[in-house]
Design a protein around this ligand. Structure first.
Ligand SMILES: [Zn+2]
Length: 190
């Protein structure tokens, strides 16, 4: 991606770890001095005067999702393709793919490749990023209408000033620059 990706060459895992260290390193040091001085992680809120207890133990949340039934999606990404599913019984199309059709409850889907071009519907520039993306510069997220019959929400690799509703966008499946992580995004088709 252009200037909105990190160029540090870090993996996404190490970049996220550094961000958390930056966010929580100082407050934890302050907490340590509070406990050393008073014996308890308790202080008065400067604004309200309310007594606050700060948890000393760090809680890390990590999740693992089963992608067992989505093997074809994973294989597709590795091969530079984005895959969606279509229900063989009722014809409903799903992106992100689903293998159990919520509409007719059948579990018989066909895997198909997403078209390589779509039309930009709308977009926004993300300045305030979630913690796990805070190592990235500002980035653009948009919705692209695909000829396959659904919309895809993804990063847009372009200067937002050059974007116009309805413009043709090309789908890219590749490693996100600076992270080494295979994902998909759009860029202007010309
Ligand atoms: Zn169905």
């Amino acid at each position: 991606m252009t200037s909105n990706a990190t160029s540090s060459g870090k993996t996404v895992a190490s970049a996220v770890r550094d961000v958390f260290e930056r966010i929580y390193g100082d407050p934890l040091k302050q907490l340590e001095s509070l406990i050393t001085a008073t014996g308890l992680p308790v202080y008065k809120d400067p604004k309200t005067g309310a007594l606050l207890w700060v948890d000393v133990r760090e809680l890390r949340l990590r999740f693992t999702l089963s992608v067992n039934k989505l093997e074809k999606f994973i294989e597709g990404l590795r091969g530079g393709k984005l895959m969606y599913t279509q229900c063989r019984r009722c014809g409903a199309k799903y992106f992100p793919p689903q293998v159990d059709c919520p509409r007719c409850k059948a579990s018989d889907v066909e895997w198909r490749e997403v078209s390589t071009e779509g039309e930009l519907v709308t977009w926004t520039v993300i300045n305030v990023k979630p913690a796990s993306f805070s190592h990235q510069g500002d980035y653009v997220v948009g919705i692209v209408k695909m000829p396959d019959g659904f919309n895809i929400t993804a990063w847009i690799d372009a200067d937002p000033k050059t974007l116009k509703p309805g413009m043709k966008m090309r789908l890219v499946v590749d490693r996100r620059p600076g992270e080494g992580y295979i994902t998909y995004w759009f860029k202007p088709a010309f």
